[in-house]
Ligand binder design. Sequence first.
Ligand code: SF4
Ligand code: SF4
Length: 483
Amino acid sequence: MNSPNVTLEPEAKLYEARKSVHPQRIDGTFRRLKWAIMIVALAVYYITPWIRWDRGPYTPNQAVLVDLANRRFYMFGIEIWPHEFYYVAGMLVMAGVGLFMVTSAVGRAWCGYACPQTVWTDLFQHVDRFVDGDRNARMRMDKAPWTARKISKRLFKWGIYLFIAFWTGGAWIMYFADAPTLVVDFWTGNAAFVAYATVGVLTATTFIFGGFMREQVCVYMCPWPRIQAAMMDEKSLQVTYKEWRGEPRGSVKKAEKQPGAFGDCIDCNQCVAVCPTGIDIREGPQIGCITCALCIDACDRVMGEVGRPRGLIDYVTSDDAEAEKAGKEVPPAWKNLLRPRVFIYFAVWAAIGLAMLFALGNRTRLDLAVQHDRNPVYVQLSSGDIRNTYTAKIRNMENRPREVEIAISGLQNATIWEGGTTRPDAQTSLRVNLPADTVAKVQLFIAAPSTAAERDEFKMTVQGVDDEAPTDTEALFFERPKE
Ligand code: SF4
Ligand code: SF4
């Protein structure tokens, strides 16, 4: 009996070996947009810590500074204190909602243009091109044996990678200390250990992620491509190959020999050659596509050269793709940006921004927090009056020393005075000098006649003597013994 032919499948591999990607140089609308965003993003990142901002003599003059030692965050004219961390949380929420808005409108535009991994990978790919030449030259160089020329070129290229990576890590730490001082401290060996460690870690990660792992970070490590799939719908713009127009593929020669037998795709592979992640968009939507649209530039150029309509690869929504396939007229792609979902995201984003601006514009620059001392809750004085003790924390959020007045109201015949001073005959307010940009702790004594009431509510207010800032008020209790 003949046994049936059995074909054994090759052993499946858990991880696929990385195939080097050598994107080809391309010019076009989206490439120029990528250039512009890359230059702005890198310039903002590297230059921002060097911008100075005069806040007066008592506060740092760095425009953007995360001052961990003094627990402050400075951003141009805004100074955030630790108790105002909700502003930072608000900015993070705005960034999140903004990302949702962009993704629902234009898919993975963040990945394609503005993500740091994309920007640095793009920069490193330009270094490759500068050192080894364009795609074909780089592919030849990759396959070439390790001659002295190849080794010296590789060392030169990796040296540039390392230089970029080092400045990337170096720029990061400048956000956490006065940049000019830190540069001197860093190179003279006087910076904190954490500064060297941070630069070391960021240099290593930039060197490895941008120089070698590249698209693998997007495809295997980053969770964002998976998350954003949930934010896109049939009206989100995606880079799409119009297979109903392009298939069956055939070269210009073939198409000339058999008119009408082929679609518009001439199978030139240019869309694959320029792709920074090395994928073929003609195989449909895939996780490796970061929607950088460089394949649109490449294909539009090819279509122009062979005299066929542009847009064989284009930004299209899946709804419009279906309609176009069915031969229907579709609106211009930009009209998909004007839809309720995008407007709702924009409204939420703008509402958070406006609420934060309003809160910032109306926030008090003097802040009062008072604690009633509980041990003892009250003391009976020789005059028969009852005295309670309070600890007031007064936050002067201005970058100048201020004299403030602390006043009480709503407590009959009460007297207030500062701990360590003599009790005045009658006084419902006192003045305290506060240093600039600091929290002052003041012990306050308040005495009031003994009455049958065990507890009276009263108010304590603080106000700048120069009266420029609004008053902060706190409701408190005055305690007496049971009669
Ligand atoms: S397929 Fe096109 S849009 Fe997607 S990553 Fe490649 S070049 Fe960019
Ligand atoms: S660039 Fe355009 S014509 Fe060339 S293979 Fe890609 S889709 Fe086809």
